[in-house]
Write a protein that binds this ligand. Structure first.
Ligand code: ZDP
Length: 281
């Protein structure tokens, strides 16, 4: 079997996009996705994203497999790439909005004239049962709670953007040994569905720096849902503004937690890299 794909990235968080508009089931399996994402034995990517027919009255549906084959509920950088992919497939150049069905509900990306994509990411979920985490009682929020990982106690705040995030504000993000500490957060027994982890340094209340260890993908150059979750955590703990730029290793995302509708808006780039075909077997 030969498959067509297109590579996109959002600030270096890279994805293989598959035109799956004519079938409701993904054209490749999660095992194949693992192989395709391999940077030495495959195409190389942080995940595989499928553009599927819309469910429940939406324009399209999005599903994603992480590089390890697990399936996250949502993907912030990925949905910007998906919006760009759909516009490229349809030859749309102007400003366009899509209603996308995801496992985290309906998410609305808008392609802006300047090449950036603004996404209504919906409302953050804050209850422990929604993250999910066992750090506190299910009906409580996890705000600035101590968590022991790797022999240190970290003050963590947990936020779900559809997918789980554990955020910790630190003095200096460059001093974090991501490769050793990241997996210990990801697989900590307090997170039954594992977790994405963000380490944040405040530069100014309207500008923070982030390093991320992603569930199922490891250290990536950017994480859209993580940037949103980190601003929510910063607002809840009085560390950052509701309108805040997040600097990731791959570049900056503009985040706004709207006081009007309580939804999170994320704005950032999405770029096509190349199209190719992959022969399986
Ligand atoms: O929740 C997870 O398992 C994440 N690895 C999904 C991917 C998140 C992503 N990096 C983002 O930008 O939100 C794509």
């Amino acid at each position: 079997m030969e498959f067509e794909f297109t590579k996109y990235h959002g600030l270096g968080n890279d994805f293989i996009l598959i035109d799956n508009r004519s079938k409701s089931a993904p054209l490749i399996t999660s095992e194949q996705a693992v192989q395709w994402c391999d940077r030495n034995f495959g195409i190389g990517a942080d995940g595989v994203i499928f553009a599927l027919p819309g469910l429940e009255g939406t324009d399209y549906s999005m599903r994603i497999f992480n590089a390890d084959g697990s399936e996250p509920e949502m993907c912030g950088n990925g949905i910007r790439c998906l919006a760009k992919f759909l516009a490229d497939l349809q030859g749309v150049t102007g400003s366009t909005e899509y209603q996308i069905h995801t496992l985290a509900g309906v998410i609305t990306p808008t392609l802006e004239g300047n090449g950036k994509v603004r996404v209504n990411m919906g409302m953050p979920q804050l209850l422990a049962s929604q993250i999910p985490t066992t750090l506190v009682q299910g009906d409580q929020k996890v705000i600035d709670v101590p968590l022991e990982v790797g022999g240190n106690v970290w003050q963590v705040t947990c936020v779900s953007m559809g997918n789980p995030h554990c955020i910790t504000y630190v003095e200096d993000v460059s001093a974090i040994p991501l490769e050793s500490i990241g997996p210990q957060f990801e697989h900590h027994s307090a997170f039954p569905k594992r977790t994405n982890t963000e380490f944040i340094q405040v530069v100014r209340p309207d500008y923070i720096k982030m390093r991320v260890w992603e569930r199922g993908a490891g250290a990536t150059l950017a994480c859209g849902t993580g940037a949103c979750a980190s601003v929510v955590a910063g607002v809840l703990t009085g560390k950052c503004d509701r309108i805040c730029t997040v600097e990731l290793p791959g570049g900056c995302l503009d985040i706004e937690w709207s006081e009007i509708d309580q939804r999170i808006y994320m704005t950032g780039p999405a770029q096509r890299v190349f199209t190719g075909s992959f022969r399986q077997g």
